[in-house]
Design a binder for this molecule. Structure first.
Ligand code: IPE
Ligand code: IPE
Ligand code: MG
Length: 236
């Protein structure tokens, strides 16, 4: 069956990895890899809209990525600001609804304002892009635990009220179904702290292409591989 005959997953998540190696191969600074990675993201977000994917969650900057050099981190933040300004100017064309997963309070006030404006101005579009920025799966679960504990202290819940469904409501992904498919390009085969809770039964596809080179054909390949998988959810 051709790809177009099958329904794509409703939620695809991508670990956008390999920008640095892409730049190194070309003798360019790492920031040039991140700039190329931003273009790749634009291309894939557009393609997901064409395919009818409802949610696209992308890992852009992790809670651990602050360990990188000041130069690289500020370069990434500058590119993010540039990307968001362009996205804001082009809302009509892109037609995606922006959401951010992560602790934005560590970003500059200017970036935080751009994120808030992107969410506000795109809320009526229906392909939802969850942009993971200063995001860590463990951090997300710790925050959920704290928020639940605060509600217990306020008398809103008793400890025994906590269920998987209730805990999920405290996550950044509260109203988003779990991703059926998680793709990691770049050849690495690990989660690097991405969507730890939500990925319990996701299908992982690892591809040997660097993120800036990742195109629609790679997404097709990952979706085809996903359709070949036999999802059992613990059953038979
Ligand atoms: C992913 O590419 C982008 C971020 C983590 C911000 P990398 O910068 O990790 O690229 P490699 O893994 O070094 O090639
Ligand atoms: C994961 O990639 C984070 C993002 C792609 C944003 P990393 O490059 O940070 O992961 P590790 O260090 O190889 O595990
Ligand atoms: Mg990497």
């Amino acid at each position: 069956m051709a790809l177009s005959d099958k329904k794509p997953p409703q939620h695809i998540a991508i670990i956008m990895d390999g920008n640095g190696r892409w730049a190194k191969k070309r003798g360019l600074p790492r920031t040039a890899g991140h700039a190329a990675g931003a273009e790749s993201f634009r291309r894939i977000a557009n393609y997901c809209r064409t395919l009818g994917v409802k949610y696209l969650t992308v890992y852009a900057f992790s809670t651990e990525n602050w360990k990188r050099s000041e130069e690289e981190v500020s370069g990434i933040m500058r590119l993010l600001g540039k990307y968001l300004k362009e996205a804001l100017a082009d809302m009509e064309k892109n037609k995606v609804c922006f959401r951010f997963f992560g602790d934005l309070s560590r970003l500059s006030p200017e970036l935080q304002k751009l994120c808030a404006a992107a969410v506000d101005e795109s809320k009526d579009y229906d392909v939802q892009v969850n942009f993971c920025l200063n995001y860590g799966g463990r951090d997300e679960i710790v925050r959920a635990g704290r928020a639940f504990a605060a509600d217990v202290a306020d008398g809103k819940y008793k400890p025994e009220d906590l269920t998987e469904e209730l805990l999920a409501k405290y996550l950044y992904s509260a109203d988003v179904p779990d991703p059926e498919l998680i793709i990691r390009p770049s050849g690495e085969m690990r989660t690097s702290n991405f969507l730890l809770w939500q990925s319990a039964y996701s299908e992982y596809v690892f591809l040997n292409v660097l993120w800036p080179d990742f195109g629609p054909a790679d997404l097709d390949e990952a979706i085809e591989e996903y359709h070949r998988r036999n999802r059992r959810f613990g059953g038979t």
